[in-house]
Design a protein around this ligand. Structure first.
Ligand code: HEC
Ligand code: HEC
Length: 494
């Protein structure tokens, strides 16, 4: 079978390595378990919502501000003709970040990262002692498994394709359907599912507690915790390690950093299609080339994806926008692993896919590419992949935590949602006042608040619809869009 990107022989030829008979069996599909609300106990409690909101608000502000500028991108001539200011805006939009959004209550340390890596690679996490996280998220295969849909310990094909773990630190919600609310929360799904690792974090605690080297490693990683080995610390160590899986800089980053000839003319032409008539950057934006939102891109199938998880028909068939980093190493593609090559992916966008009411309006309409344009677009996508087997980035900022300070809240009772942003995203209202959230965007939104004091769901909020929120009393409330979860809104009710 033809795999990989077709025009990039080095990654493709290396893909087969290490994939022979000796591999441990793949565990089964991750369980579709949905937490009812924001996690308040168990491994998930590791992420206080406000700290996550803060870092994601900052990531959003730095990552997606310049989307409007993309409209300026020419669709015909090359990039060199660009006026300097729109080039500067593009650079801001796709520039590499300067910190990893580690949550405040789970800061990274070298000991914790090393412990997380060790657990990630340890088959003792599974009941049978044969399956590790790394069996399916193989570091040699871009932390994916190279299969359309892998097999679990039961031998059954998984329901969905194993995603790569590049840049998961920036993803507000995990899984193709977003059902896990943080990396700390996500861990229990594969560990506990009977078809997958068939174990539990409690089992892992018991096993690790019998091994001196683990006792020492947990003591170093969690010196102030009691007990030191617990479901929570296992989840925290794994999540901290996963946050260091930042894709390394590639030629594209050199171009963004100002090295004008780092990209060839055909690749630049491909980038112009990507940000122009291909409309790819409507969803694939920011350094990781994802807005972390959920969209129906018209792939056939009965999987309802995000819609089933949040009970919102408007989000049926919607799946999380994946990162486009290191794609040359992570074929096949899509939530069902149905597309084998990047050219197949581009042809899918040209065909438009299944026409149904939920199909995203952000997709290009009637995209028609010549042979040359198609290969330019694929050539551009390949510039986001390393030319030798990728290792997690060693940029100095990757292991450091940094937390944003924020400006004071705005005094307003009206919030806009243009371009997948709450604006303003930090507001102060008086107790008893209503907050009005306009949908002045072109997309359906779904405002949610998961809070023990206030469980709020706007339902599908179509363009031009307005919702008003009455808060139960004073306090700070965190709202987000369940379809575009990088949209975060903090409301201080006084
Ligand atoms: C049997 C193979 C398998 C094993 C073992 C496995 N995973 Fe996964 N993983 C998957 C599949 C399949 C998905 C996608 C499931 C979905 O979205 O419904 C996934 C999704 C994820 C995601 C979400 C990524 C994203 O972008 O949303 C993370 C994070 C993850 N796995 C981490 C882990 C960790 C940590 C372990 C070990 C505790 C693990 N996985 C074990 C197959 C596996
Ligand atoms: C409406 C938002 C949107 C637009 C516009 C869009 N994509 Fe996507 N893209 C997604 C989503 C969502 C997925 C995953 C869909 C799924 O698996 O069901 C995806 C998947 C992909 C993948 C597969 C990645 C992987 O790891 O599986 C590639 C490659 C890709 N898109 C490239 C493009 C290109 C090139 C364009 C422009 C022609 C484009 N996308 C336009 C949202 C979008």
């Amino acid at each position: 079978m033809r795999r990989g990107v077709g025009t990039s022989p080095s990654p493709r030829s290396l893909r087969g390595e290490g994939r022979g008979e000796g591999r441990p069996p793949l565990a089964a599909q991750t369980a579709a378990r949905r937490p009812g609300r924001w996690p308040t106990g168990g491994p998930g409690e590791g992420l206080p919502w406000h700290s996550a909101a803060r870092v994601f608000a900052l990531a959003a502000a730095t990552g997606f501000l310049a989307i409007a500028a993309l409209a300026l991108w020419p669709t015909t001539d090359g990039v060199r003709a660009q006026p300097a200011n729109s080039l500067a805006m593009l650079r801001a939009n796709f520039a590499r970040p300067t910190f990893v959004p580690h949550p405040a209550d789970n800061p990274p340390t070298a000991a914790k990262i090393a412990l997380g890596k060790r657990i990630f690679e340890d088959v003792e996490l599974s009941a049978t002692g044969t399956v590790a996280c790394a069996s399916c998220h193989d570091p040699r295969l871009g932390f994916a498994d190279g299969e359309p849909r892998g097999k679990g310990v039961t031998g059954r094909r998984l329901v969905r394709h194993t995603p790569s773990l590049w840049n998961v630190a920036w993803s507000p919600l995990l899984f193709w359907d977003g059902r896990a609310l943080s990396l700390e929360d996500q861990i229990r799904f594969p560990v506990e599912h009977p078809d997958e690792m068939g174990s539990s974090l409690e089992n892992a605690v018991a096993r690790f507690s019998r091994r001196d080297s683990y006792l020492r490693a947990f003591a170093q990683a969690f010196p102030a915790d009691s007990p030191q080995i617990s479901p929570r610390t296992i989840a925290q160590a794994l999540a901290t390690y996963e946050r260091t899986l930042v894709s390394p800089p590639t030629r594209f980053d050199r171009w963004i950093a100002g090295e004008a000839d780092a990209l060839k003319p055909s690749e630049l032409a491909g980038f112009a299609i990507f940000t122009g008539k291909g409309r790819c950057s409507n969803c694939h934006a920011g350094f990781a080339f994802t807005d972390h939102g959920f969209y129906d891109i018209g792939l056939p199938g009965s999987d309802k994806g995000r819609g089933a998880d949040i009970g919102l028909p408007a989000a049926n068939h919607a799946f999380k926008t994946p990162t486009l980093r290191e794609l040359a190493w992570t074929a096949p593609y899509m939530h069902d692993g149905s597309l084998a090559t990047l050219e197949d992916v581009v042809r899918h966008y040209e065909s438009g896919g299944v026409a149904r009411p939920t199909r995203s309006r952000d997709l290009p309409e009637n995209l028609a590419l010549s042979e040359q344009e198609r290969s330019d677009l694929v050539a551009f996508l390949e510039t986001l992949s390393s030319e030798t087997p990728p290792q997690p980035s060693r940029e100095p900022w990757v292991n450091a935590a940094e937390f944003a300070s924020r400006a004071p809240p705005a005094d307003t009772t009206v919030v806009s949602q243009v371009n997948k942003h709450f604006h303003p995203h930090y507001v102060r209202v008086r107790s008893g006042q209503l907050l009005t959230v306009l949908n002045d965007d072109t997309r359906t939104h779904n405002v949610r608040i998961y809070d023990p004091r206030f469980d709020y769901n706007s339902g599908a909020q179509e363009p031009r619809e307005t919702v008003t929120i009455r808060f139960p009393g004073p306090g700070t409330f965190e709202a987000f869009c369940a379809i575009h979860p990088s949209m975060r809104l903090t409301v201080v009710v006084e």
